[in-house]
Design a binder for this molecule. Structure first.
Ligand code: SF4
Ligand code: F3S
Length: 78
């Protein structure tokens, strides 16, 4: 799945929400999150984010890897 990382926090531009064909991007307390069980890996959201917060899971930069679990935990619990 795709993953939303730190840059979304306090920005929450929401452009990604508008283009997601399966509506799997949800508002959280501090940022938006992608439900990994619903994301179909279409890639539509990635170029829409003005702060480059979205990455395919395998391409999340090293210093942001914790956001993979952070997205998942929102939907499945830690
Ligand atoms: Fe939605 Fe596609 Fe982005 Fe997954 S990759 S969150 S399905 S827009
Ligand atoms: Fe956040 Fe970027 Fe979407 S700032 S709400 S991930 S467009």
């Amino acid at each position: 799945p795709y993953v939303i990382t730190e840059a979304c926090i306090s920005v929450k531009d929401r452009s990604c929400v508008d283009v997601c064909p399966v509506d799997c991007i949800y508002e959280g307390e501090d940022q938006l999150y992608i439900n990994p069980d619903e994301c179909i890996d279409c890639g539509a959201c990635e170029p829409e984010c003005p702060v480059t917060a979205i990455f395919p899971e395998e391409d999340v930069p090293t210093q942001l890897r914790s956001f993979i679990a952070k997205n998942k935990d929102v939907f499945e619990g830690p």
